[in-house]
Design a protein around this ligand. Structure first.
Ligand code: KIV
Length: 267
């Protein structure tokens, strides 16, 4: 059995030109499947608020919820590197609060690293976490926790000055000590420029093919989130259809008395 992946293994993948495969995950059964398939990294994303809890945004997600999801994922991941999102308002107040909350995700959740949204503006927080040995993945471009500032989930960096700012964000989070950076919702040429400008791995979502790795939300690739269907998602299966067929067959069986049979009964 291969050993648990570390931050260093992920960084080496960029050096070796190996693409990094990452997915979000929020529970034990999906984590078991993904780890068994050989996924490199799992993100316990605050997207849990949208795809699991049914909120419209990630903003209501709490620290306790992130710890709960992380614990479940950790019990099923002997190999993948697990990173947990710091939810909205868990790192924005001050450095002491950010350290306390990141520490909880590592100590109580069991995660190996945390992810923080923001660039130049959160560089001091990244530095403060790295100083106490908490590895950080940064997240720049379209940052869902900034939905109210952005006025919706819109592609960022289309205008030249905005693209320059996102490049500055990438350089700032690298200088602050982030070991990788998620690039979300930016034009592919900007993602390529950032990927060539930083030594840390870039992991894209809606950022085109030139990143060092890719991340998607598991519910999106399985067709389990009908609320929205962004252009950047590739749906690999229609699990909603599969689950509906199974549930409908079960309802019919119960109503017609064809379940349970002797096979499912005790004597
Ligand atoms: O919470 C999440 O799922 C994320 C990904 C979209 C990168 O942050």
């Amino acid at each position: 059995m291969s050993k648990k992946k570390t931050v260093l293994d992920i960084q080496k993948m960029k050096v070796d030109g190996e693409k990094i495969a990452m997915l979000t995950c929020y529970d034990y059964p999906f984590a078991r499947v993904m780890d068994g398939c050989g996924i490199d990294m799992i993100l316990v994303g605050d997207s849990a608020g949208v795809v699991v809890a049914g909120y419209d945004t990630t903003l209501p997600v709490t620290m306790d919820e992130m710890i709960y999801h992380t614990r479940a994922v950790m019990r099923a991941t002997p190999k993948a590197l697990v990173v947990t999102d710091m939810p909205f308002m868990s790192y924005q107040i001050d450095i002491a609060d950010a350290r306390r909350n990141a520490g909880r995700l590592i100590k109580e959740g069991g995660s190996a690293a945390v992810k923080i949204e923001g660039g130049v503006n959160v560089a001091p927080v990244i530095r403060a976490l790295v100083e106490i040995d908490i590895p950080v993945v940064a997240h720049i471009g379209l940052t869902p926790q900034s939905i109210h500032r952005m006025g919706g989930y819109k592609v960022q960096g289309k205008r030249v000055e905005q693209a320059e700012r996102i490049l500055e964000d990438a350089l700032a989070v690298e200088a602050a000590g982030a070991f990788a950076v998620v690039l979300e919702g930016i034009p592919q040429n900007l993602a390529r420029r950032i990927t060539e400008s930083v030594a840390i791995p870039t992991i894209g979502i809606g950022a085109g093919p030139h990143c060092d790795g890719q991340v998607l939300v598991i519910h999106d690739i399985l067709g389990l989130c009908e609320k929205y269907s962004p252009k950047f998602v590739k749906r690999y299966v229609d699990a909603r259809e599969l689950v509906s067929a199974a549930v409908t067959a079960y309802i019919d069986d119960v109503r017609q008395g064809t379940f349970p049979t002797d096979e499912h009964s005790f004597n």
